[in-house]
Design a protein around this ligand. Structure first.
Ligand SMILES: NC(=O)c1ccc[n+]([C@@H]2O[C@H](COP(=O)([O-])OP(=O)(O)OC[C@H]3O[C@@H](n4cnc5c(N)ncnc54)[C@H](OP(=O)(O)O)[C@@H]3O)[C@@H](O)[C@H]2O)c1
Length: 262
């Protein structure tokens, strides 16, 4: 069974690792190509966009794909929308593997906002030294905040438009809560802006902010896609095994009902 995993996340790599070498499965992982030196999953890997919905539909048909698992980042909304449309057009079952969002704990001082402009509007009342960990596409919303100082962290160098008063640190997670606490203290951060990405890999900054009593501006996730969604790799594997069973046992010729013969 040919499986396409839309990747770029730890969950996608774990799913590819489970499927790789599993009898009956041939997995191809797809990466967008945003990161110069990506963490590569097991199995076949393709890198780069498909060319929109039509490109993905053509790819699915050309590769005789039996199932798609969209395991992209919860904020990769365009890729998810394309996966929904292209899978439907190609007649290929789609599952979304998406880790749950974070939950507020006692001591958290979270301000939930719908998007980056709303976060930028809220910031001046919350602090002056901001730790900003968002997707590249969201950073321009903060470029006009000339009175605030920003600490930005990214895997690869960032391009403008960025806030003018800033310091960029290049680093790849995961980070421990101790390291994050030290990082926030070292840069005298008084407010954190991040997205409700969920997951263990990047939760440490929220723990550190709670321990230091810092406010956090949290961007809400895009709306849930119109597709079945699971939260864990074992659930995704179980779903794929269900599809595999149907692929192996296609429905037989319809039995002639009473009076159906001529
Ligand atoms: N958003 C984040 O903050 C974030 C964080 C960690 C990892 N990532 C990973 O980085 C990738 C890009 O994220 P994004 O937010 O830029 O996505 P996006 O805005 O939803 O997607 C923009 C375009 O990038 C291409 N693309 C995205 N993911 C792809 C994939 N896995 N394989 C092939 N093409 C892909 C598609 O191009 P075409 O239309 O040409 O097919 C898509 O239309 C995703 O794979 C995601 O899992 C994102």
């Amino acid at each position: 069974m040919n499986v396409l995993v839309l990747g770029g996340t730890g969950e996608a790599r774990r799913l590819a690792a489970v499927l790789h070498g599993r009898p009956g499965f041939a997995v191809t992982s797809s990466l967008a190509g945003r990161v110069a030196v990506p963490a590569l999953p097991d199995g076949d890997v393709r890198i780069g966009g498909f060319g929109g919905v039509d490109g993905l539909r053509t790819w699915l048909r050309g590769r005789r794909t039996d199932a798609v698992v969209d395991a992209t980042h919860p904020f990769a909304a365009q890729m998810t929308a394309h996966a929904v449309a292209a899978s439907a057009a190609a007649g290929v079952p789609l599952l979304v593997l998406r880790r749950p969002g974070w939950r507020e704990s006692p001591g958290d001082r979270w301000h939930r906002v719908p998007d980056a402009p709303a976060a930028a509007a809220l910031l001046p009342g919350l602090g002056e030294r901001v730790f900003l960990t968002l997707g590249r596409g969201d950073l321009s919303a903060f470029a006009g905040l000339t009175d605030l100082w920003f600490l930005l962290r990214a895997i690869d160098p960032l391009r403008a438009p960025l806030p003018p008063r800033r310091h960029v640190v290049l680093a790849r997670g995961p980070f421990t809560a101790d390291a994050e606490r030290g990082f926030l203290r070292e840069h005298r951060i008084d407010v954190v802006v991040t997205r409700d990405s969920g997951g263990e890999m990047t939760a440490a900054k929220l723990v550190a902010a709670r321990e230091l009593g810092l406010p956090v501006v949290l961007l809400d996730r895009p709306p849930a896609p119109p597709a079945p969604v699971v939260a864990t790799v074992p659930e995704a594997v179980a779903w794929l095994e269900g599809v595999q069973a149907r692929v192996r046992t296609p429905p037989g010729p319809r039995a002639a009902g009473p009076g159906g013969g001529t």
